[in-house]
Design a protein around this ligand. Sequence first.
Ligand code: PMP
Length: 338
Amino acid sequence: MDIRQDFADAVGRTPLIRLRRASELTGCDVFAKCEFANPGGSIKDRTALGLLLDAEKAGALRPGGTIVEGTAGNTGIGLALLGASRGYRTIITMPNTQSREKIDALRVTGAEVHLVPAVPYANPGHYAHVARRMTEELNERTPGSAWFANQFDNTANRDFHEATTGPEIFVQTAGRIDGFVCSTGTGGTLAGVGRYLKANKPGVCVALADPAGSALANYVNTGELKAEGGSITEGIGSSRVTANFKDAPINLAWSIADAESLPLVHALLAEEGLNVGGSSGVNVAGAIRLARELGKGHTIVTLLADAGTRYQAKLFNPEFLRSKDLPVPEWLARAFPQ
Ligand code: PMP
């Protein structure tokens, strides 16, 4: 029998799939790790599990305790489902700009969801600060009752990717990987996978695909935290260097516009049957750029972080796309006539 024991045991060991179009376009083998296949539907199930196991071990999260986290949604979904599976209550703070689908997915887990205005990190009303304060208040009332997961600056996030995502990619490519690229939110994935790959094959090129509106590509290239433009992608991009991102070994970084990434999201669905979210489009755009940079015959790996169904009303809604001046593929316009 090949049985996973519970939610936690079903996290990870995701398939690596060949991206046909990206491979044909570049003459490289472009592979993507199907992180939407995690039991909570995204790469952030790994983050949630890594943070939670670390907190259980340290005694920071006690039996029957409360998990508190600020999230763009996916980490919250992972934590809330793990909470359901292991007997914890979950409280989530989230910017009110995130997709209805993610908010609903959180609500049905039984998590207590607090939507807050999307404000810069320096503002005390930022969702991460609100989550931290809620944890402190709970612990003042009942000491030791609540745990703040703190995905951005708790490096158990990065460490879990270094211990799972990185080795899985290395084994699945039989060590043939030449380049790894992805976008970052907390930086946990890129830093953890990057560190593992560099330690095991120092020549691997690690690249950041950063959405427009994020300051990180500029930071890597010039040392200046400067953002330009904006993006409809969710869960990625940053205006600051988090503890998880800080030591990521990055060789190359690009800023990717929605006009470049979104057609890839649509083509992945129409031509390869892969229904993925906006960050995956940025990742695949980065994989194509990295493949061109390294030249034909190389093996490039990226990630498909979550499913497009989590953003149905935006990414696959012609009216929404037109309102943002983004291209609408003909098949999508036909599927949803005006
Ligand atoms: N893609 C999606 C859809 C996400 O939700 C996130 C995390 N918020 C990421 C990518 C980025 O992953 P990380 O936090 O490990 O940088």
